[in-house]
Design a protein around this ligand. Structure first.
Ligand code: HEM
Length: 513
């Protein structure tokens, strides 16, 4: 894409799965669409639309609904705020630890046989147990449920062909089985939400006010209980996963998605099940690619691993071995929480800057948009203007935007890839977590989690999960890719990296005496 930017300038078009997209790169051009001004979020791919609709011909999109989006977003922010993260941390740690134990048992602790496969399974378990907190009863076989979810996710960006055997056809069948399994499990949530909805006079904002106020109180009680139980401020491990009986319930992601569906007039058992699939989709694929990309880059850098290890040793000496929210997340999460692991934080941001887990979401214009089209490198040249018509799709392609970062890039368009993004030929110069540690070098463009009106509400949960995995792994092991050029040899780079079969083995070298 940098090549296209060099050739065609800051605005150019391309066709993706038959859809014409305008790629915009100028901050001034992007501002309006990503603030919902003259544009709305939309995924223009028919496979995705079919799999996400409630029933044939009944689309659902709370993100594009101006009235519902605000309260819905507030529900998520409450569910995934500091107290929510505190409650979810023990769950995340249990899931990650279980997978680590399986990896260790499978190869005598010497390797992860297929990084791609293993983090995919891990991300789906995190989506089930941590994001959606799906109450899978013992009767439902987890492996079969997980397989169906994977099948559903595989179809989302498949070619829009629902012929037997195609990924979309298989995903549609898996969706029906998932809906049938989930519907009854969510009956109590749905009825409770319907009751609260009526009590709030069927006004979404009032419902959210009532739920989030109660949730904040529950969170404060829960945090105090956790601190008292562990004797340490901000400790996550002693925190119960749900509120004790009688206490105000904390808001969950499940509540957020089910309420969003209700706000748009869907209150059936099927709609509740589809809403939970939406939550799983929001977190599962993104998290898996974040885990894969980050582990791959870290495994390529013994230097970065040593730095993480040294920081972990300091954390253990200062706070004990427990991985709490305070240890894992920065001051932005939770009043007064200091950054105990700034280097780990920098590593995760740097990995997600260099290899973003998503290529960026698109917007459909609801009004004409005027943009500049001056060719790149045409400094001082006259800027021409282009009017992109209402109805067109515009896109901020995240890796390209990261190439153009004014802090990291000197504006040289003579190179194929700017050095700060060129992990293939300039690994040490490109993958530099240290750039995040000083105000002067800190990247200005970082769009892996979107921006503005739809900035990802799950980003702190995602950071927490990735950091947990890295900390747990690197306290015990040094990672090494068996095929050091695994990323360069990948069979697919877009929209996600998929490694060539057999090249994604990660060697685990014990560093514990
Ligand atoms: C590394 C992992 C993740 C990445 C890279 C990621 C990326 C993104 C991006 C780019 C957006 C903006 C979409 C847009 O502009 O239209 C977004 C929005 C969103 N994300 Fe994430 N996400 C991740 C994890 C999660 C998780 C774990 C959740 C948990 C539920 C989540 C929930 C959401 C929701 C609900 C929105 C919509 C926000 C709104 O429209 O106001 N994400 N995410």
């Amino acid at each position: 894409m940098f090549g296209r930017f060099r050739r065609y300038g800051p605005t150019f078009t391309l066709s993706l799965m038959g859809v014409r997209l305008y790629v915009l790169t100028q901050p001034g051009d992007l501002r309006g669409p990503y603030r919902d001004e003259g544009a709305e979020p939309a995924v223009p791919f028919s496979s995705f639309q079919r799999l996400m609709e409630v029933a044939p011909g009944r689309p659902y999109d709370v993100q594009a609904d101006k009235a519902a989006h605000g309260p819905w977003r507030r529900m998520f922010l409450s569910a995934l705020g500091p107290a929510g993260l505190q409650a979810l941390l023990p769950r995340a740690q249990a899931v990650i630890q279980a997978h680590l134990s399986q990896w260790e048992a499978a190869a005598g602790g010497s390797c992860i046989a297929s990084l791609f496969r293993e983090v995919r399974l891990l991300a789906v378990d995190l989506a089930i147990d941590v994001i959606a907190e799906v109450p899978l009863p013992p009767g439902v076989q987890r492996s079969a449920f997980r397989d169906k979810l994977l099948c559903f996710l595989d179809g989302l960006f498949g070619l829009p062909i629902a012929l037997p055997g195609s990924s979309v056809a298989r995903a549609l069948a898996a969706k029906e089985e998932l809906v049938a399994a989930l519907g009854p499990l969510l009956a109590a949530d749905r009825l409770r939400m319907a009751e609260q909805w009526r009590a709030a006079g069927s006004r979404y904002s009032a419902l959210v006010d009532a739920l989030t106020t109660g949730s904040a109180a529950a969170a404060t009680d829960a945090a105090a209980t956790a601190a008292a139980a562990s004797g340490k401020e901000g400790s996550g491990a002693a925190q119960p996963a749900s509120s004790p009986p009688g206490a105000a319930a904390r808001v969950t992601v499940r509540d957020a998605v089910i309420s969003g569906f209700m706000a748009l007039g869907f209150d059936s058992e099927r709609a509740a099940a589809v809403s939970v699939l939406h939550a799983v989709v929001a977190g599962a694929d993104t998290t898996r690619f974040a885990l894969f990309n980050t582990l791959a880059l870290v495994a390529m850098s013994p230097r970065v691993q040593e730095e993480i290890f040294a920081e972990q040793q300091r954390v253990i000496a200062a706070h004990g071995p427990e991985l709490s929210v305070r240890v894992l997340l920065l001051g932005s999460v939770g009043a007064g929480a200091a950054a105990a692991t700034p280097y780990l934080d920098a590593v995760v941001r740097e990995a997600m800057r260099l290899l973003p887990a998503t290529p960026g979401n698109m917007r459909r214009l609801t009004a004409d948009l005027r943009v500049a089209t001056a060719a790149a490198g045409n400094k001082g040249g006259a800027a021409s203007e282009l009017v992109i018509p209402k109805g067109a799709m515009v896109w901020r392609f995240v890796p390209l935007q990261h190439c153009l970062d004014p802090v990291c890039w000197d504006g040289n368009t003579a190179v194929d890839v700017p050095p700060h993004m060129d992990w293939r030929n300039n690994f040490e110069g490109a993958f530099r977590p240290e750039r995040w540690l000083s105000e002067e070098t800190r990247p200005k463009y970082y769009y892996t989690f979107g921006s503005d009106s739809h900035l990802c509400v799950g980003q702190n949960l995602a950071y927490m999960e990735v950091k947990l995995l890295l900390a747990l792994l690197l306290r015990k092991y040094r990672l090494r890719l068996e095929a050091r050029d695994m990323l360069a040899r990948a069979t697919q780079m877009f929209p996600f990296i998929i490694p060539r079969r057999g090249t994604d083995r990660v060697l685990l070298e014990s560093c514990v005496a």
